[in-house]
Design a protein around this ligand. Structure first.
Ligand SMILES: Cc1cc2nc3c(=O)[nH]c(=O)nc-3n(C[C@H](O)[C@H](O)[C@H](O)COP(=O)(O)OP(=O)(O)OC[C@H]3O[C@@H](n4cnc5c(N)ncnc54)[C@H](O)[C@@H]3O)c2cc1C
Length: 419
């Protein structure tokens, strides 16, 4: 009897989940597990928790949806809270599990979790599946990815790569083990509150994708993507992508079908282009690993200072600069911010307030419902000039940004205070 544990991480879905599919193929019975890591609730060095309220709500709603889908297939989602390595080791030993299957995440904490399990003698089968393009299809080894995005994109386009086809949704699951699982730990699954703007989970993610396409929004994407606040101005795929409620491959595949039906245009191309940025930061993380998490990143050594008073002003939106304050209020109120506003507030923190970019990145990690380790780290490094920006960092001129993106003050008035 092959008993397998499936450890859901940031792949909370049944469609296009090759790792889950492999687990099912190799299991006589399968235990689906999610673990709320206590590490997520510990404080950062800057004094706030790593996973703030908006993120927790969005995650709870997404887990709720996953749990319902598993129930529909006669299974169940077991949610635990604690140290993932301790919990999985105990579960594995108790159940006599043959293996643990999970997606591969190339980030320091997450890789260490897998290594620790393996060093306890557990067979952990990881599978890389969070990018739009498969690693094996790239025209170079991940360790040889060009540092500059444009050079990377050109190689991808020269090879004619668009996306890797998604696989079908899982429709049957092996049964649960017939053992007293509840006797090991208290399994907790709470029905979470919904986030303000976004409904969590795979069901909502797929509905959102089809609505976005039905409304023909890709056609206007290139023109509207830099707007500061209108919901339809950009795709808003990111929260669901971040938890893996939808895969990038599924989005790219549906976008391709859309192009076949309605024709390709600069909007559809640009949407793919942005998804390629997402892949790029993933592959850069594979290339450079833990180096990206050092203060100096890929740049020269720097001794960053941290000043609590100015940080408090920045995060609470009391800097006195109306556009920045509006952005920080929006972020704290909703857990979301447009790409343009992310760039503006990050640049202001780094270059005007002379702040520590790592503290800024940590604040985004705590607040953003679409927090994604690769995209957040990659973008912060890029703006701070410690990443792969050929221009060595991005200092934005606030007056110019105001003139271009909020000339009538609508955005500043809308977010003059928290809601
Ligand atoms: C300082 C900073 C921090 C960021 N942190 C995150 C983060 O934690 N999680 C996250 O998903 N994105 C992050 N981004 C990237 C980007 O801002 C968001 O992906 C985007 O705003 C999400 O909105 P959307 O889904 O409507 O994007 P769209 O404009 O509709 O783009 C479609 C998709 O392409 C991808 N994408 C777009 N822009 C980028 C980019 N610059 N880098 C990587 N992928 C991109 C996203 O998956 C997005 O959902 C960050 C950007 C900055 C400047």
């Amino acid at each position: 009897m092959n008993l397998v544990i499936y450890w859901f991480r940031t792949d909370l879905r049944l469609h296009d989940n090759p790792s889950l599919q492999k687990a099912c193929q190799n299991a006589d019975c399968l235990l689906p597990v999610f673990i709320h890591s206590t590490d997520d609730y510990r404080s950062t060095p800057w004094g706030f928790e790593r996973k703030g309220l908006h993120r927790r709500r969005f995650l709870d709603a997404s887990l709720n949806d996953l749990a319902q889908q598993l129930n529909g297939l006669g299974s169940q989602l077991y949610c635990y809270e604690g140290n993932p390595v301790d919990i999985l080791t105990t579960l594995s030993n108790w159940l006599g599990a043959k293996a643990i299957y999970c997606e591969e995440i190339e980030a320091p904490y997450e890789s260490k979790e897998v290594q620790s399990l393996q060093s306890c003698g557990i067979d952990v089968q990881t599978h890389w599946q969070s990018s739009m393009l498969d690693l094996g299809d790239l025209p170079f080894e991940p360790k040889n990815i060009p540092d500059v995005f444009t050079a990377f994109r050109k190689l991808i386009e020269r090879k004619g790569l668009r996306f890797t086809s998604p696989i079908e949704a899982i429709e049957t699951l092996p049964p649960l083990p017939k053992l007293d699982i509840d006797g090991i730990f208290a399994s907790s699954f709470k029905d979470g509150d919904q986030s303000l703007l976004f409904d969590g989970g795979e069901t909502a993610a797929l509905n959102h994708l089809y609505q976005y396409l039905t409304k023909r929004l890709p056609d206007s994407y290139k023109k509207t993507r830099n707007e500061l606040s209108r919901f339809d101005s950009s795709s808003k795929f990111s929260p669901w992508l971040a938890l893996g409620c939808i895969s990038a491959r599924k989005i790219a595949h549906e976008l391709h079908l859309y192009e076949e039906e309605f024709g390709a245009n600069d909007g559809t191309y640009w949407l793919w282009f942005e998804l390629l940025w997402r892949d790029y930061f993933r592959f850069i993380a594979i290339k450079y690993g833990v180096k990206l998490f050092h203060e100096s990143g890929l740049g020269a050594k720097s001794a960053l200072t941290f000043e609590q008073q100015s940080f408090s002003k920045w995060i609470s939106g009391t800097t006195g600069e109306a556009l920045i304050d509006a952005g920080m209020h929006e972020l704290a109120s909703t857990g979301f911010l447009s790409n343009r506003m992310r760039q503006i507030v990050a640049s202001y923190w780094i270059y005007t307030m002379r702040g520590n970019w790592q503290a800024g990145a940590a604040w985004f990690e705590s607040q953003l419902i679409d927090y994604d380790v690769y995209s957040n780290q990659g973008n912060w490094l890029y703006i701070a000039g410690h990443g792969t920006d050929p221009r060595g960092g991005r200092a934005f001129n606030i007056a110019k940004q105001v003139q271009e993106y909020d000339p009538n003050g609508e955005y500043r008035r809308r977010w003059a205070s928290l809601i």
